[in-house]
Design a protein around this ligand. Structure first.
Ligand SMILES: [Zn+2]
Ligand SMILES: [Zn+2]
Length: 133
């Protein structure tokens, strides 16, 4: 069984995941750019039953996306890093920020979302582009 631990910058907020993510994607939307401070977000979706523990304190921020669904982001109140989030429309899953694993061998994203908001130089290769119409 694969056990992976994601944590915030200061380390007090941690999520322990077992099993493999069901989807790994990168998102170029402006909200992900704002949230991460980077030019795209990368997230791994796990089945909720594959999250073995969430430890530490977090503050949450909810945002309604273009789909009309609410996403609730959980971030460390000390260092501000978002570690995981929940989607109102998908209660059986938890999304975890891939960077929070600090593991360059983590499975690569297979899908790229919000291509139309992508910085031109942030060009993913070998990946399926999911266009929003
Ligand atoms: Zn922290
Ligand atoms: Zn996004």
């Amino acid at each position: 069984m694969t056990l992976r631990r994601a944590s915030c910058s200061c380390g007090q907020l941690q999520v322990v995941c077992t099993g493999e993510p069901v989807r790994v994607s990168m998102c170029h939307c402006l909200a992900c750019q704002k949230r991460t401070g980077s030019v795209f977000g990368t997230q791994a979706r796990f089945r909720r039953q594959d999250i073995s523990s969430i430890e530490g304190r977090s503050t949450s921020f909810s945002r309604v996306g273009d789909s009309g669904n609410t996403a609730t982001f959980h971030f460390c109140p000390t260092c501000g890093a978002t570690v995981y989030w929940e989607l109102g429309a998908m209660p059986d899953f938890v999304a975890v920020a891939v960077g929070a694993f600090a593991d360059p061998s983590f499975p690569a994203p297979k899908i790229s979302v919000y291509e139309e908001r992508r910085h031109a130089w942030a060009l993913p290769t070998g990946i399926e582009l999911e266009h929003m119409d």
